[in-house]
Ligand binder design. Sequence first.
Ligand code: NAP
Length: 275
Amino acid sequence: MSLDRYAVFGHPVAHSLSPRIHSWFAEQTGERIDYRAFEAPLDDFAGTLRDFFASGGRGANVTVPFKGEASMLADERDARVERSGAANTLRRDADGRIRAFNTDGIGLLRDLVHNLGVDLAGRSVVLLGAGGAAAGVIEPLLEAGPACLIIGNRTPRRAQELARRFADLGPVAAEALADLPAADVIINATAASLDGGLPELAPGVVKSQTFAYDMVYAARPTPFLARCRELGAARTADGLGMLVEQAAEAFLIWRGVRPDTGGVLTRLRASVAEV
Ligand code: NAP
């Protein structure tokens, strides 16, 4: 019997750890799936995705820079995708319809709260970035009850637009990067670390009690985490745990079973360190 086919689409995507994670989930749960990475051309994500589903693909993860387009291409969107305009998980159902979900937010929260023990309630949280990843995590971050969630982005208009879109859900606002307040928790949801860059950090945003999180993951501290440490941040973590947790939620959406993430994260951390 042929395996059910799943894939991650991005540009670039060669670095993706998702095939490894999902093959370990399949091994652990006994689910029979084939999961690969496909680099979609920047000008034809829609065609690449259409071909994949037309040839029997059952589900897809979507990464940089296609999350917005994935949301628009789906036949149906869950409430989080509807509001954020970003989808990272697609599922083709028996009726042939493509349904879109966003598991980034739940992945981030599970990593922060369950894996890392970070308490967000009553805290001042700063979110850097206003792309698909940032949009996908705002609602669950607000549900965790922060005192305030301040979004800062290189292109300020995009941060303002995001803050407006989520304003009815909790205390969220946009600020210029130069005016960000001191953060108890600062989360880098920009793509800057991917090419060794660093989002602008105003003096005073990072203090000695700050917990700094970078959605990007690497064998060594990312430039953002290294800078936060220099500025005195108490604790730092990269996004490897978020990656594994969001993948587990996608696996649940596709297969109806949530894999155990602890062992997979330990194994993945060891394999990333070897590179
Ligand atoms: P995206 O939609 O392309 O958005 C990119 C964001 O990064 C925008 O806010 C952009 O600012 C900003 N940016 C890019 N280069 C920058 C630079 N050099 N300096 C400052 N800001 C810069 O990408 P995305 O889907 O939101 O993903 C963002 C990052 O999160 C990626 O690195 C991705 O790998 C990571 N991520 C990780 C996980 C995980 O599970 N660990 C999950 C999701 C995403 P402008 O608006 O000014 O262009």
